[in-house]
Ligand binder design. Structure first.
Ligand SMILES: Nc1nc2c(ncn2[C@@H]2O[C@@H]3COP(=O)(O)O[C@H]4[C@@H](O)[C@H](n5cnc6c(=O)[nH]c(N)nc65)O[C@@H]4COP(=O)(O)O[C@H]3[C@H]2O)c(=O)[nH]1
Length: 739
């Protein structure tokens, strides 16, 4: 080897090195370059063979790189040798990352695997250096084999290092190129296969390239997208915003915003756009526009917010939106110094359509009502469906209060026109409550309450009416609410009592029965008439527990009378239509009779005609079932309602009670006398018992007896009295004849 090193021609070496560097610079194939490096050294040292091995991807094995002077059989045998602490010269050099010198292969223990092969090919010593990347990763090894056992001198080590460096440069460049190529391909894939449109814009905003998804956003007005400014894509209203974000991205700040674009079919799409600066060597050279179509999401968002504040059935605003609208309209009225009208509209007759013809017919009516109302007001007015058949209308721009009247009249006549649903002609009308404001009100929702109160008043006046809100209406409603609360307390503290008024058989003068009448002794107001508090209890639903208590108590006290030996009298109890129409009413009556050991004939239920107004067929059916229990039925307040004589014969009733207003006018009004005579004779034809209520004078008694009225009830005989008084009264009357 000394001979070789002395004969080493440094000029030739430097030329070879230059030509190899040239090969590297001109991107010649790596195999070619590595082979040239080996040949360069082989040429310098006769009887020396260079070998380059390359590390595999995992850095665990060494693979053939170049070894033009080595025998092919040997090169093939060491292909794939492991990198490790005892793996020949090259495997060990790669493992230790330093020059490893094997002076004598024949004696080196790390050569055990390949020793005989090497010696067979006359290879006796091997010196190897690792090839490392910039980051210190092992790229491979460069080795020199000699055909005699020997150690390298300084020059040889230097030349070996020099050649190894050239090989490392070539390999690194190859790796870098491959990595660059790979990263370029990755980027291309991200760009090309991105389902979202991606644009590359120059700093002027011109589109330099677009991926296939981006090309689909080409406006139908242009033929090409590339080279055009991005403003051609964005709709005019959003241009200013889009340009602002683009400029910010050009200044190096990533941006995210929404803008609308039109696609190649001229569809309007809402896009979520990211503008990202393209940074090269710390400088912005362009902008990426990454676009995501969020049109569907926007559509759902709009739908959700529409549903949140609109009524699904009619499309009108719902009660959620009412307060906001009201506050806004108060503001408008204040600013324009106009009057604001608030109308509360409730449909008359809608419930019976819904009950009898079903909800789908009811729904159709509501939809049409909503449409008709919308036709009668201005677009700037507001119509809200509060639920069911109740609506609120806000008219914020009226000059005078009276200007609301024509609108209300139009609404009423519009609603009252017949509806033809599924071939059936239907009629509904509207009861309207009106309140006015100048917009200066601290709690605008109070206006809704006022209109609501007025609407209730309108309803009470009959159908198809409108009513203005007045402050005394408010007073009455407040009183109503107060009474309801106090009544609740009275129910809870059981401070309601029953009084009883005897009913006298006209022919014999004996007590035929008693009527139970509710009494409420208010701690401050004294006795409150049931005529006052029963309607309140009916409105609030309190009538049900009250009615159950009355029936139970009346039956209990009738039984108590029996136990006192007072028998042969019946107990009449007033029944509220609301309780009567409840399910389980008949069952309850049966239970209460059984509980107190009474038979049906001892109980008489006083009902009124109003009970037959809604669903008369069902009411008649309930009456039949009560009759089957033996219970008697009396029709109270006869003569004050519609008193259609024709339906009387269809009703399974036992008695009619002539209202006391007829009896009281008897002496002054000869018509009343005629009416009473008529009622009694008609009742006799129908085999009904007639009771006259409110009998106060002897002459009334005489007249009624003359007309063959069956039963008399009134102060003339007895006022309603407590149970204890009744017991005494009944005991005494045994000996007394009233008539
Ligand atoms: N001026 C005058 N009045 C007489 C005379 N005789 C009896 N009255 C009164 O006439 C009313 C008869 O009861 P109603 O027609 O069923 O009318 C009752 C009934 O509709 C209702 N009511 C009373 N108790 C109950 C009850 O327990 N349940 C229900 N649902 N309603 C009841 O309250 C209404 C009024 O009851 P009250 O104030 O007790 O008034 C009672 C009674 O005190 C008389 O000679 N002259």
């Amino acid at each position: 080897m000394n001979t070789c090193s002395t004969s080493f021609n440094s000029k030739a070496l430097s030329e070879s090195q230059n030509s190899i560097l040239d090969m590297i610079a001109t991107d010649r194939h790596l195999d070619e370059i590595l082979c040239a490096i080996c040949q360069m050294l082989d040429a310098q040292f006769p009887e020396v063979f260079s070998s380059i091995l390359l590390a595999d991807a995992e850095g665990k094995r060494l693979l053939s790189g170049a070894a033009p002077g080595l025998p092919v059989e040997y090169s093939q045998a060491i292909h794939g040798m492991a990198i490790g602490p005892q793996e020949g010269t090259c495997g060990t050099a790669a493992f230790r990352r330093e020059l490893v010198v094997t002076e004598d292969i024949a004696r080196d223990p790390s050569w055990e695997r390949f020793r005989s092969l090497a010696l067979r090919h006359n290879l006796h010593s091997c010196w190897s250096v690792p090839l490392l990347s910039h980051q210190g990763r092992v790229l491979g090894t460069f080795a020199l084999y000699q055909n005699r056992a020997q150690a390298p001198d300084e020059t040889q080590i230097q030349r070996l290092g020099c050649a190894a460096q050239l090989a490392a440069i070539a390999i690194r460049r190859e790796c870098d190129g491959r990595r660059l190529e790979e990263s370029e391909q990755r980027f291309r894939s991200l760009f090309t296969y991105n389902p979202n449109p991606v644009f590359v814009l120059d700093l002027d905003g011109k589109i330099q390239s677009a991926n296939p998804a981006g090309l689909k956003l080409k406006p139908y007005t242009t033929t090409d997208l590339i080279g055009h400014h991005f403003v051609n894509l964005v709709v005019e209203e959003d241009l200013h915003r889009a340009s602002r974000h683009f400029s910010a991205a050009c200044a190096g700040k990533s941006q995210r915003f929404e803008a609308r674009v039109r696609d190649e079919s001229d569809r309007l799409l809402t896009m979520d756009i990211s503008n990202l600066p393209i940074m090269v060597n710390g400088e912005v050279i362009g902008v990426f526009g990454v676009v995501r179509d969020i049109s569907k999401q926007k559509h759902y968002e709009r739908e959700l917010s529409f549903n949140a504040c609109h009524d699904r059935l009619t499309g009108l605003l719902n009660r959620v939106s009412l307060e906001d609208r009201l506050v806004l309209d108060c503001h408008i009225s204040r600013r324009h110094k106009r009057r604001l009208a608030i109308l509360c509209i409730d449909l008359d007759g809608f419930k019976s359509i819904n009950d009898s013809l079903g909800h789908s017919v009811g729904d159709q009516v509501l939809i049409e009502v909503a449409q008709r109302m919308a036709q009668q007001v201005r677009p700037s007015d507001t119509i809200v469906r509060m639920g069911g058949d109740e609506f609120i209308v806000l008219l914020p721009n009226l000059l005078r209060d009276d200007d609301v009247v024509p609108v209300v009249e139009r609404l009423m006549s519009g609603i009252a026109r017949p509806y033809c649903i599924q071939g059936i002609d239907l009629h509904v009308s509207a009861s309207i409550g009106i309140t006015m404001s100048d917009g200066y009100i601290e709690q605008p929702m109070q206006l809704i309450q006022q209109a609501d109160m007025a609407m209730y008043k309108a309803k009470q006046q009959g159908r198809n009416h409108f009513q203005w809100y007045t402050s005394d209406l408010n007073e009455r409603v407040c009183e109503h609410a107060r009474l309801r609360n106090e009544l609740q307390k009275a129910i809870e503290t059981q401070s309601l009592k029953l009084h009883y008024q005897p009913q006298i058989e006209a022919r014999t003068g004996r007590v035929a029965g008693v009527e139970a009448l509710l009494r409420w002794e208010h701690p401050e107001k004294g006795y409150i008439s049931p005529a006052v508090f029963v309607p309140v209890a009916e409105d609030s639903g309190q009538i049900i527990p009250l009615s159950l208590w009355v029936l139970d108590t009346a039956c209990a006290q009738l039984r108590q009378l029996g136990e006192q030996g007072i028998t042969g009298i019946s107990m009449a109890v007033n029944i509220s239509p609301m309780h009567f129409q409840r399910g389980h009413f008949v069952q309850f009556i049966q239970t209460v009779l059984e509980k107190h050991g009474l038979c049906g004939e001892q109980l008489e239920l006083e009902i009124t005609e109003s009970l037959l107004l809604h669903n008369a067929e069902q009411a008649i059916d309930t009456l039949h079932r009560l009759k089957a229990l033996g219970v008697r039925i009396a029709l109270d307040d006869f003569g004050t309602g519609f008193s259609s004589l024709s339906y009387l014969k269809r009703l399974p009733i036992d008695k009619i009670k002539i209202d006391r207003s007829f009896i009281q006018e008897l002496s002054t009004d000869c018509h009343d006398a005629a009416i009473i005579q008529g009622i009694i004779s008609m009742a006799q034809h129908l085999s009904l018992t007639v009771v006259a209520e409110g009998v106060e004078t002897e002459s009334q008694v005489a007249f009624l007896k003359g007309c063959r009225c069956n039963v008399l009830q009134g102060y003339y005989f007895a006022k309603p009295m407590k149970y204890e008084a009744l017991e005494i009264f009944l005991r005494e009357q045994k000996e007394t004849d009233f008539l």
